[in-house]
Design a protein around this ligand. Structure first.
Ligand SMILES: C[S@@+](CC[C@H](N)C(=O)[O-])C[C@H]1O[C@@H](n2cnc3c(N)ncnc32)[C@H](O)[C@@H]1O
Length: 448
């Protein structure tokens, strides 16, 4: 086999990103946008000693699970990667991927629950960041091609909040009419870089324009857009003049118009969402996930619980309503400030928020009587080993692990199982329809 060869390939499986997998004399070939069960003609685009990658030249035998009603930018934009699967196939893929990852990485053979469906597989994202580009005097907006910084101009996105697009189009018109310069990544010249829009479940919006410096014309444009779109409740600038790919400058936020935050309702609790607050991008599925976390903890009101990696306290405050006391730990000081604010906003008094690394701060909670249960919701890399060692040493009876990456989850579950815990439930949730990411909620209990 060599580069450029065209082969007839039978797709026998998916890899963890949802690419089709074929084998040629036992040698694995990954094929983007190919479905399990299909026979395709594929062109070898990349090859090394362990595997090859091929693109589809022609689908010879098509799977009934192939979705033809895909976004018109699908093959160019790097945002979604499993839009070509119909929704049931997406759910099957996610379920099997979680199950095989637990086995492959953690050597855990476990009956994984069916994936909890997303009630809205389109237009579910409540936060989007869109870059701008200037071409022949026209202002374009779009998304970057997969694994590149090449902008694909787009006039729609099927997963973003439906109210965002009209605002992006109005901004582009204003930039063109008033000759506002657009930032160029190569020369590092120009004013406007990106726009971020966040929405709450009632479609109230926060607009953050990312610029290299303050500018009076920009303020005039934003004031006009704010007046025009009554659903925009908050407008910020983010001033980022650094020549980097990092979009938001952490200390560059400047509030301009409206409120300083929007309020999101999660299970009847109110959360102030600031421009840099972490919040799950799919509101309805986040609520469903948090409800399962609460179910796993049961109805014992006397429990003391730790919520590790707590962000702005979205799980912590849900827990506070059901337990005696909850301790939220989070490393970002601003998130802890927001969590405390949210606690006051909801008149909750039985939560304590601690700012610092979980692996260090949990040591201080060792002495707290009766920590009955712990919830973890770590970032993609999973939990720190020292943190898990402390949880194990504390002999906490129940663990609810919320994970956004099956690979790190499998590693951490193996460690907990080897150290006295039994895995009771693994429930995947589809928060990111059309994309291969999957969240899981797992329950573990201490073996006596
Ligand atoms: C996936 S988010 C979970 C947020 C929250 N539970 C929620 O549902 O909105 C992970 C959080 O862990 C925080 N984090 C990352 N590493 C940490 C560490 N070592 N100790 C404490 N918090 C950490 C991040 O800042 C982020 O807020």
């Amino acid at each position: 086999m060599k580069l450029g060869d065209t082969l007839t390939l039978s797709i026998i499986d998916y890899d963890h990103e949802g690419r089709g997998v074929a084998k040629e004399n036992g040698f694995p070939i990954f094929v983007c946008h190919a479905l399990k069960g299909e026979v395709i003609k594929g062109k070898i685009e990349y090859i090394n000693k362990n595997y090859a990658q091929a693109s589809i030249v022609k689908v010879i035998e098509e799977s009934p699970a192939r979705c033809h009603n895909v976004c018109k930018y699908y093959t160019l934009c790097g945002g979604c990667n499993i839009f070509h699967m119909d929704y049931d196939e997406q759910l099957r893929f996610k379920h099997d991927m979680v199950k095989t990852t637990l086995k492959r990485i953690g050597n855990i053979d476990f009956e994984v629950d069916p994936v909890v469906k997303n009630p809205n597989p389109l237009h579910y994202r409540n936060k989007i960041i869109v870059p701008f580009k200037e071409e022949n005097g026209c202002v374009l907006s779009g998304f970057f091609e997969a694994k590149s910084h090449k902008l694909v101009p787009q006039d729609q996105c099927l997963i973003e909040n439906e109210h965002a697009r009209i605002i992006i189009e109005d901004l582009k018109k204003e930039f063109e009419e008033r000759n506002v310069s657009i930032y160029d990544e190569q020369t590092h010249k120009g004013l406007v870089r990106n726009v971020m829009l966040r929405a709450n479940k009632d479609n109230e919006l926060m607009l953050v324009l990312i610029v290299t410096k303050e500018n009076i014309t920009i303020n005039i444009i934003l004031s006009k857009i704010f007046d025009l779109h009554k659903n925009i409740k908050s407008v910020y600038l983010n001033i980022n003049n650094k020549p980097t790919n990092v979009i938001l400058s952490p200390d560059g936020f400047k509030h301009l118009y409206g409120d300083k935050y929007i309020i999101e309702d999660i299970n009847g609790l109110k959360f102030k969402v600031h421009p840099n607050s972490f919040l799950q991008v799919n509101h309805d599925q986040a609520e469903a996930m948090y409800n399962l976390v609460l179910d796993h903890l049961g109805n014992d009101r006397k429990q003391n619980v730790i919520d590790a990696y707590c962000g702005i306290g979205s799980i912590t405050l849900n827990l506070a309503l059901k337990v005696n006391h909850v301790y939220g730990i989070e490393v970002v000081p601003q998130a802890i400030m927001n969590a405390k604010e949210n606690m006051g906003l909801n008149n909750i008094t039985n939560a304590t928020f601690i700012c610092g690394k979980c692996e260090e701060e949990i040591q201080k909670l060792v002495k707290v009587d009766n920590v009955d249960a712990i919830v973890f919701d770590p970032p993609r890399k999973g939990c720190d080993k020292h943190f898990l060692d402390t949880v194990i040493a504390m002999k906490i009876k129940k663990i609810v692990y919320v994970s956004c990456l099956p690979q790190s989850l499998a590693r951490d579950l193996r460690y907990l199982i080897d150290n006295g815990y039994e895995l009771k439930r693994v429930t995947p949730f589809d928060l990111f329809s059309q994309c291969s990411h999957v969240e899981c909620v797992c329950l573990l209990t201490k073996v006596n």
